[in-house]
Every structure is written in structure tokens, then in C-alpha cells.
Design a protein around this ligand. Structure first.
Ligand SMILES: Cc1cc2nc3c(=O)[nH]c(=O)nc-3n(C[C@H](O)[C@H](O)[C@H](O)COP(=O)(O)O)c2cc1C
Length: 202
């Protein structure tokens, strides 16, 4: 097909998209309002995630959404994972309690799973899940929601993975917690993109 007759996307507002990408923010659980999030917002986030690039149609992202009372069992799983995973010499009862209670600080918790397709290296599947999560975060930001990707020991422990139904070769890559910030929308911090780019453009 001739290049100038090829179908194109109708023009999309790049400046607005770039602004959304810049302004998307992760806000820590202790700086969120407890207000519920409409399920429809979460559905839009996960639909966006499903459009992420992936190799060979593996669509490796798997999500489990926890909201409302369902968070109680999640908090118990985090607490048990802490007990199982911590070096006994470093065990602190307050830290276990914090794992139990943190789930109430954000109204929605989304387990981020990766189910490999088996035909491509695992890192490609993990990269695809990263792209999916970013898409979900952008939709969240467009709705005034902050979405924080958290990892760390209790979150990633195999007890937590089993709790959300992920068994090897599937992997738990963390949780995305979502909520309305209780603080003014924060500014992001990034170094200059130009310093991370080499050009060989003759
Ligand atoms: C895969 C992944 C795991 C992360 N895990 C943690 C974490 O466990 N704790 C933490 O403080 N930040 C973690 N972060 C960073 C935050 O989610 C967040 O992206 C970072 O604070 C930058 O803030 P911004 O998203 O508003 O730019 C993680 C980020 C990624 C991509």
C-alpha cells in the first residue's frame, strides 16, 4: 500500500497524553484516603492493562482484585508471609501487625501475576506485565487515583503467591494498591530524559 494512503489513527491529543504520563503518581498507602473506588474505574484500568504489548500473544498478566472485606484475608496472608519469611532474630510483632493492617489503608489491592506463555524468555513476560501495569496506572491517574506498585518480602513471599492462586511457573510480581490521595497531587521526580538517550541519527 502507498504510504500516504495507509490508514492512520485519527489524531490523538499527544500533549494531553504526555501530561498524563508525566503527572501519574504513586502515593504511599499511609497518604491515601480510605474512600472506596468505583469498580468501573478498576475495570477500566484492567482493560487498559490488557492492551499492553506482549510477545507472541502470551498476554501474561494475571490480576486478582481485593476490595472491601476481601482485604481481611489478604492482610492475614501478608502477616503470615511476614512470619514465615522473616529471620526469627529480626521478628518484630509490630511489623507483623502492620502487615495485617496495611490493607485497610488503600481501598483496592491488585495482585500482579505473570503467567508465562512458555515460548519466550521469562524476562519478556515480566516486561509485558510491567507495560500492562503502567497502562493501568495511567488510567488510574486519569481518574484522579494514585496507584502504587509495591513489592518487598511479605508481598512477594510464596505464601502470598499461593494465597492469590499463583503457582510456578507463574510468579507474583507484587501488588498495585489504588486510592485517592489524601494529600495534594504530588509532583514527580525524574532526571532529564536527554541524559539517558544516545542518538545515532544521521
Ligand atoms: C516493580 C516495582 C516494584 C516496586 N516496589 C516498591 C516497593 O516495594 N516499595 C517502594 O517504596 N517502592 C516500590 N516501587 C516504586 C514505586 O511503586 C513508585 O513507582 C516510585 O516510588 C516512583 O513514584 P512515581 O510512580 O510516582 O513516579 C516499585 C516500583 C516498581 C516498578
Amino acid at each position: 500500500m502507498e504510504r500516504d494512503t495507509a490508514p492512520t489513527l485519527s489524531p490523538l491529543p499527544t500533549a494531553e497524553l504526555l501530561e498524563l504520563i508525566r503527572r501519574r503518581r504513586s502515593v504511599k498507602q499511609n497518604l491515601l484516603r480510605p474512600d472506596p473506588v468505583a469498580r468501573e474505574c478498576v475495570e477500566q484500568m484492567l482493560e487498559a492493562a490488557n492492551w499492553a504489548p506482549n510477545h507472541g500473544g502470551s498476554e501474561p498478566w494475571r490480576f486478582t482484585v481485593f476490595a472491601g472485606e476481601a482485604r481481611r484475608a489478604l492482610g492475614e496472608a501478608f502477616a503470615r508471609s511476614y512470619r514465615l519469611g522473616i529471620d526469627p532474630a529480626k521478628y518484630v510483632p509490630e511489623a507483623e501487625k502492620a502487615q495485617l493492617e496495611r490493607v485497610w489503608l488503600a481501598p483496592v489491592w491488585i495482585a500482579i501475576g505473570m503467567q508465562p506463555g512458555g515460548r519466550h524468555p521469562e524476562w519478556e513476560e515480566v516486561a509485558a506485565v510491567g507495560a500492562a501495569v503502567h497502562a493501568a496506572q495511567l488510567v488510574a491517574a486519569s481518574r484522579g487515583l494514585a496507584a502504587f506498585w509495591t513489592s518487598g518480602m511479605p508481598v512477594l513471599h510464596e505464601n502470598t503467591a499461593r494465597f492469590v492462586g499463583l503457582e510456578a511457573p507463574a510468579r507474583l510480581l507484587g501488588f498495585l494498591y489504588v486510592g485517592y490521595p489524601a494529600i495534594p497531587w504530588p509532583e514527580g521526580l525524574r532526571g532529564d530524559w536527554r541524559e539517558k538517550v544516545a542518538w545515532r541519527w544521521d
